[in-house]
Design a protein around this ligand. Structure first.
Ligand code: GLN
Length: 197
């Protein structure tokens, strides 16, 4: 009998491309042999296997989502099970509550987030830690004017804490990180999102 080695089928990975660190995600997706799709309209959401909501400025991205109507189609797709990973501003956009703010954006994940949680002194920093769910090795975590999660419900699983603050978590089809794996050369986190999550 002859066995044929099947190549992994490339998946269509959307990146919300309104503002923020878009190209870094696109490059990492291509480097893993998957197909990146820039998402700017509701039609771009069709036939995606996964979606990344990148870092950037959550108020700006939220405003564009509202003015284009994409907010509602995006919310619908994620509610129906599209697997999504929000990095940094993406985490803020998915949260049901934002500290000291009256509005939230997609309002899908049972977390409360604190924006710019590390203040001006520690605006941006890099640290290294192991996230058991993702890899047995240390990962480089890059934080840029980052939020952290200050409250969760019991629907949410914590994946990583730094100094007692929650910086990575998941709930059903939603994954969020305060940090930016796309700004490092390491694709381990993206591989976890695409192939394991
Ligand atoms: N500080 C930004 C915000 O509040 C998030 C920063 C980032 O995505 N790197 O939206």
């Amino acid at each position: 009998m002859t066995y044929i080695q099947m190549a992994n089928t490339p998946l269509h990975i959307g990146v919300l491309a309104l503002q923020g660190s878009i190209d870094e995600h696109i490059n990492h997706i291509s480097s893993l042999g998957h197909i990146p799709v820039k998402v700017r309209t509701s039609n771009d959401l069709d036939n995606l296997d996964r979606l990344i909501i990148p870092g950037g400025e959550s108020t700006t991205i939220g405003n564009i989502l509202r003015s284009t109507g994409l907010l509602y189609s995006l919310k619908d797709k994620i509610s129906k099970g599209l697997k999504v990973w929000g990095t940094c501003a993406g985490m803020i956009l998915l949260a049901k509550e934002i500290e000291n703010e009256t509005i939230s954006h997609l309002s899908l994940m049972d977390i409360k987030v604190k924006r710019n949680a590390y203040g001006n002194q520690l605006d941006s920093f890099i640290t290294y830690t192991k996230i058991n769910e993702v890899s047995p090795n240390n990962l480089e975590l890059v934080f840029i004017r980052a939020p952290y999660i200050s409250e969760i419900s019991d629907k949410v699983t914590i994946l990583c804490k730094i100094d007692e603050n929650i910086v990575a978590a998941k709930e059903n089809n939603m994954l969020v990180t305060s940090f930016h794996p796309e700004l490092t050369p390491d694709t381990t986190f993206l591989k976890y999102f695409i192939e394991t999550f």
